[in-house]
Ligand binder design. Structure first.
Ligand code: SF4
Ligand code: SF4
Length: 179
């Protein structure tokens, strides 16, 4: 029968030699390979204690940004949810109360805002659709967890902390320089 590749070998019922029957050469050969790898540079990292550097265009966990005065930028317009191909975003809008002007930038805000990280494919379309520059994908890797419910990230995980401004400019600079 004609072979499609030249990798096929005929099976031969060959008698084992004495050296093959005592297995020692094969064991020493295996041990030498193990020893060689033992002293080689390790390619694995102890995540999450150690993190590998990511490329400038890496898209990870989202952040809902605040403006320069610390107010939430998101107005719950829903454009990110409409743009999301994975239908991972849900939100509930609310009217801003008098006295909350320092918390929310506009008269409408997201009372709840959730992203299902198990659905998300980190495409970045939500970021592109947002007219308020409120949502960005950061370099953060979504943490591993045990339950599916833990991957539904609400505002407690998404909104930027007042005292911890997240730098989202690295990828934008890279995209600008390479456009
Ligand atoms: S990155 Fe893509 S898949 Fe994930 S929430 Fe945004 S639009 Fe949806
Ligand atoms: S993140 Fe942007 S696009 Fe999404 S609801 Fe808020 S303002 Fe609208």
């Amino acid at each position: 029968m004609q072979s499609l590749t030249n990798r096929s070998k005929n099976v031969v019922d060959k008698k084992m030699s004495l050296m093959e029957r005592i297995y020692l050469p094969a064991i020493f050969k295996g041990m030498s390979i193990t020893l060689k790898h033992f002293f080689m540079k390790k390619t694995t990292v102890s995540y999450p204690e150690q993190k590998k550097p990511v490329t400038p265009i890496f898209r990870g966990q989202h952040v809902l940004k605040r403006d320069d005065e610390g107010r939430e930028r998101c107005t719950a317009c829903g454009l990110c949810a409409v743009a999301c191909p994975a239908e991972a975003i849900t939100m509930e809008a609310a009217e801003r109360n008098n006295g909350d002007e320092k918390l929310y930038r506009e008269e409408k805000y997201a009372k709840t805002y959730e992203i299902n990280m198990l659905r998300c494919i980190f495409c970045g379309l939500c970021e592109e659709a947002c007219p308020k520059q409120a949502i960005f994908l950061t370099e953060r890797i979504v943490d591993a967890d045990f339950g599916r419910d833990e991957f539904i990230y609400g505002k407690d995980k998404l909104v930027e902390k007042v005292d911890e401004r997240i730098d989202i400019t690295k990828r934008q600079i890279w995209e600008y320089q390479n456009s």
